[in-house]
Design a protein around this ligand. Structure first.
Ligand SMILES: Nc1ncnc2c1ncn2[C@@H]1O[C@H](COP(=O)(O)OP(=O)(O)O)[C@@H](O)[C@H]1O
Ligand SMILES: [Mg+2]
Length: 175
């Protein structure tokens, strides 16, 4: 499955989408998160962490750039927020090199979730799951989440979410 769009009417739904992916994510998976401040990127990652089995509370890494959480079973979640990196793209990449983003991205036991991933675009692998969150006009809590898989590992992961969505979708109301 290469792409999927879902609507999440509440924060709980966004978290649940992350959780389903977390349950199915394998080491080496990269999730590139996009969306404005407050779109729900961190909320999504909190669900991802829960699904992976992370026990620790996941907070926004906006001020620390990266948090590393043990998920047990030789898996860990690396949660990166590039928001505070220097503005020009060249500097952002230098900063990313400084905190070792490359090494995290090469770690076969890491699931790496990156907020504002577009700022480090040249470092990202092709096989990643792009996750774009946006608001819904007239619905303060509503969000649309677009997923795009860039390679086989991400496609398999997205298929698991699609299966979950199909299985839990309420039947269309009949007139
Ligand atoms: N459908 C929704 N999905 C995600 N977050 C939502 C939703 N509705 C309301 N929210 C709220 O919006 C805020 C999103 O914040 P956060 O996840 O930190 O965003 P970001 O990391 O993108 O800046 C949270 O307070 C969350 O409870
Ligand atoms: Mg955030």
């Amino acid at each position: 499955m290469q792409s999927l769009t879902i609507e999440t009417p509440t924060a709980v739904d966004t978290r649940l989408a992350g959780e389903v992916l977390g349950r199915n994510a394998r080491g080496g998976q990269v999730l590139a998160l996009h969306g404005d401040l407050g779109a729900g990127k961190t909320t999504f990652v909190q669900g991802l962490a829960a699904g992976m089995g992370v026990q620790a509370r996941v907070t926004s890494p906006t001020f620390v750039l990266v948090n590393d959480y043990d998920a047990g079973r030789n898996l860990h979640l690396v949660h990166v927020d590039t928001y505070r990196l220097s503005d020009s793209s060249g500097d952002a990449l230098d900063d990313a090199a400084t905190f070792g983003l490359d090494d995290f991205l090469d770690d076969p036991d890491a699931v790496v979730a990156i907020e504002w991933a577009e700022r480090v675009a040249p470092l990202l692998p092709a096989d990643r799951l792009d996750v774009t969150l946006s608001g819904v006009e007239g619905a303060p809590d509503g969000r649309v989440i677009r997923f795009r898989a860039g390679g086989p590992q991400s496609e398999a992961l997205l298929a698991a979410l699609a299966e979950y969505v199909a299985a839990t979708k309420k039947p269309a109301p009949t007139q």
